[in-house]
Design a protein around this ligand. Structure first.
Ligand code: ASP
Length: 310
């Protein structure tokens, strides 16, 4: 029997402590705790790592504070387009969606693609049709709307910029993006999931690292399960999540050593700001970031911890 563990993130960011009110901080930490509970209670009942990362990620998608599902950022055309993926380390099966609109839980659609289709990634009309055939819940634009994201988008539109959500400063608050989870279940299987609204004022149709297997998400029982957050473009170019797995498989590095090397040494060379969470099949867990903070949490038999800053 393996020692089950669940690790989650709610995005990496340069959030300054002085911009965070006690109220906001406790709301974010509560959101992280709820997600840990949603996923870990399933692990305790003997559910799979896939089920646990799905439940934890859905919980964060449903929380308007996080940039995924409800509360996602706005693209350049004013719509909310979301990316998500999930991977099962025991079968190496994966599912992903990119630039989908109006899907309540993009990670659930990614899961359905993994479970019920011959494909790994769907987008556009095909993703929408697959969602409706599989009774995936959709919501109106109003459901995804949040005043803060709208103001953030307006600010970006005026300046003509595109911004990583966690680099945007609005009313003194720096914000963050993306959610994800990795888990080890009692059967020794690991899994990873990631979901995001991406970057404020991004070109519509832009796809970040989050739905790309090997970049934002990867899981393999032989090595590790990884979910990334940060500036998507460098993360894609660095094949970030798979690089951690390769360092473990081919160089014999531990999970922590491999994540440290990628996040502190390799990513900064290509301006890859952000971080990642990981687990391995032995029950080791790690959370590493080169940004000022990363919303994160871990739960196993001994402890439940949530944190934002270094
Ligand atoms: N990686 C995400 C993207 O580029 C953003 C983030 O993690 O904040 O879409």
């Amino acid at each position: 029997m393996s020692k089950q563990v669940l690790v989650i993130h709610g995005g990496a960011g340069t959030i300054r402590t002085q911009d965070m009110t006690a109220e906001m901080e406790s709301a974010y930490l509560k959101g992280l705790e709820e997600a840990l509970l949603a996923g870990y209670s399933l692990l305790e009942k003997g559910s799979s790592a896939v089920d646990a990362v799905l439940a934890a990620t859905k919980s964060l998608e449903d929380n308007i504070l996080f940039n995924a599902g409800r509360g996602s950022v706005f693209a350049a055309d004013g719509a909310q387009e979301m990316d998500a993926s999930i991977m099962d380390g025991s079968t190496l099966k994966a599912g992903a969606v990119s630039a989908v609109r109006n899907i309540r839980n993009p990670v659930e659609l990614a899961y359905m693609i993994m479970a019920k289709s011959q494909h790994v990634m769907l987008n556009g009309k095909g993703a929408a049709e697959f969602a409706s055939l599989n009774n995936i819940q959709t919501e109106s634009d109003e459901y995804f709307y949040s005043q803060f994201r709208y103001e953030q988008w307006k600010q970006m539109q005026e300046s003509g910029e595109m911004a990583l959500d966690h680099n945007v400063v609005l009313r003194g608050n720096k914000k963050f993006g993306t959610v994800g989870a990795v888990a080890l279940d009692k059967f020794g299987n690991i899994a990873a999931a990631t979901s995001t609204g991406g970057m404020t004022n991004k070109q519509f149709g832009r796809v970040g690292d989050s739905p790309i297997i090997g970049a934002g998400t990867y899981a393999n029982n032989k090595t590790c399960a990884i979910s990334c957050t940060g500036h998507g473009e460098p993360f894609i170019r660095a094949v970030t999540a798979y690089d951690v797995s390769c360092l473990m498989e081919y160089k014999g590095l531990s999970l922590q050593e491999a994540m440290d090397m990628v996040v502190y040494e390799k990513l900064p060379k290509i301006e890859g700001e952000g971080g990642m969470i990981g687990v391995d099949a032995l029950g080791n867990a790690a959370m590493v970031f080169n940004s000022e903070g990363m919303y994160r949490g871990v739960r196993n038999e001994e402890k439940m911890e949530t944190a934002i800053y270094k």
